[in-house]
Design a protein around this ligand. Structure first.
Ligand SMILES: Cc1cc2nc3c(=O)[nH]c(=O)nc-3n(C[C@H](O)[C@H](O)[C@H](O)COP(=O)(O)OP(=O)(O)OC[C@H]3O[C@@H](n4cnc5c(N)ncnc54)[C@H](O)[C@@H]3O)c2cc1C
Length: 369
């Protein structure tokens, strides 16, 4: 059995940022990530102003990594479209590139990063957490930062919500569509869900969507069935996707919780990122929550503040955007709401900017120090 003061489980943005924050403060930290190498993840890959600011603080420059700039958002429902300038400067960058850069940064800062180690279960003792890994290794630690994203861990009772599925695929669009998409993120409302399309680095288009699980199950596997389903549900999206070539045979898929905070707390357990709170993807700010909560957790651990104090602060930080985006996502899943929203936004584009602003994390609250 090995021992460490602080272990971070999960090497996504939340885990990597927590490890950076701790290592930058001179703390010894061990990070365990189950994947052996960088990998693609289901994500719209929209980098909001708050996400970019949090990355800057960690020494990561998204523009230097090749991120595409996004200045406009367009909403589509059937034949109707509403577009507005974003009220902040945004970017888009593949998670493949971003997550790899964050883990590299954690190592540069002095964190001990171990890839290919999967946590199977954990037990809380008097003052220690005991972690059981898939290869049989057992590790003890005093503070545990849980950053496993949407994946629950055995040993912590948690409700599981699997009614929605997130899908993602990278595409090469025909040149005319690539030009039309340049500089904007487009949201297409379809029955029971929505799809986002934007260019990431190197002119690659990222199509990312949320659909009901039952809808996804009824589709034949592979890109062609998904494309035809989307084209039938949204002719505007069909135009964008006509002639597109996928980078993979079939989209990546992940369970997508409807939104909200997670329950069940224990001493010495710091939940960060999606393990703390899930904001519906249409807000495009899950990464900011991951980075902001990680910075807060690192700060509390560094100061010896309790997990309960961290949790209270993290909830204050994330409550408003999570609630607001959750309410909108629930509304948009029903009947005429998407038509009403796109109709209202086409007459008053300020509606889009106001929602985009209201679902941001408060900037002042997410400094790592
Ligand atoms: C459809 C969809 C679209 C989205 N679009 C956007 C967007 O455009 N912009 C935005 O800001 N946010 C978006 N989000 C949200 C964003 O993707 C998440 O909030 C973000 O990935 C959370 O980061 P994380 O580090 O908490 O989790 P993750 O990125 O999921 O990282 C978790 C890590 O833990 C590892 N892991 C899991 N289990 C174990 C284990 N047992 N042992 C060891 N390692 C483990 C995984 O391999 C993974 O690397 C979207 C989410 C969805 C579902």
């Amino acid at each position: 059995m090995s021992e460490a003061e602080t272990v971070v489980v999960g090497g996504g943005p939340a885990g990597a940022a927590a490890a950076c924050g701790l290592a930058m403060a001179g703390r010894e930290v061990l990070l365990l990530e189950r994947e052996r190498a960088p990998h693609h993840k289901v994500c719209g890959e929209f980098v909001s102003e708050e996400t970019r600011a949090a990355l800057d603080l960690l020494g990561i420059d998204v523009e230097a990594l090749g991120a595409a700039e996004i200045g406009e958002v367009a909403l589509h429902f059937r034949a109707r479209t509403a577009a507005a300038a974003l009220p902040f400067r945004a970017f888009s960058l593949s998670r493949y590139r971003l997550d790899a850069a964050l883990l590299r940064r954690a190592e540069e800062c002095g964190a001990h990063v171990r890839r290919g180690i999967s946590l199977l279960g954990l037990v809380r003792g008097d003052a220690w957490w005991t972690l059981r890994c898939a290869d049989g290794e057992v590790i003890r630690c005093r503070q545990l930062v849980l950053a496993t994203g949407k994946w629950p861990v055995r040993g912590l009772a948690e409700a599981r919500d699997a009614s929605l599925v997130g899908l993602k695929i990278h595409l090469r669009l025909p040149p005319s569509q690539e030009r039309a998409l340049s500089g904007r993120v487009e949201l297409f409302f379809v029955p029971g869900g929505y799809a986002g399309l934007e260019l990431v680095e190197d002119g690659i288009a990222n199509l990312c969507l949320v659909l009901r699980r039952a809808t996804v199950k009824a589709l034949a596997p592979g890109w062609a069935a998904l494309r035809d389903h989307l084209a039938a549900a949204s002719p505007r999206l069909g135009e964008r996707l006509f002639g597109a070539s996928p980078h993979w045979d079939k989209p990546l898929a992940v369970v997508c919780p409807a939104g909200g905070h997670r329950e069940s707390e224990a001493q010495g357990l710091y939940r960060v990122g999606d393990r703390l709170a899930h904001i519906p993807p249409l807000a495009g700010d899950g990464l900011a929550i991951a980075l902001g909560s990680a910075a807060l957790a690192a700060d509390h651990i560094r100061r010896g503040a309790s997990a309960a104090a961290y949790l209270a602060g993290a909830r204050r930080l994330t409550r408003r955007p999570v609630r607001l985006a959750g309410a909108l996502a629930r509304l948009l899943a029903h009947g005429a709401a998407p038509a009403l929203l796109v109709g209202a936004a086409s007459m008053a584009p300020g509606v889009i900017a106001a929602f985009a602003k209201a679902t941001r994390l408060p900037l002042a609250a997410r400094s790592p120090r």
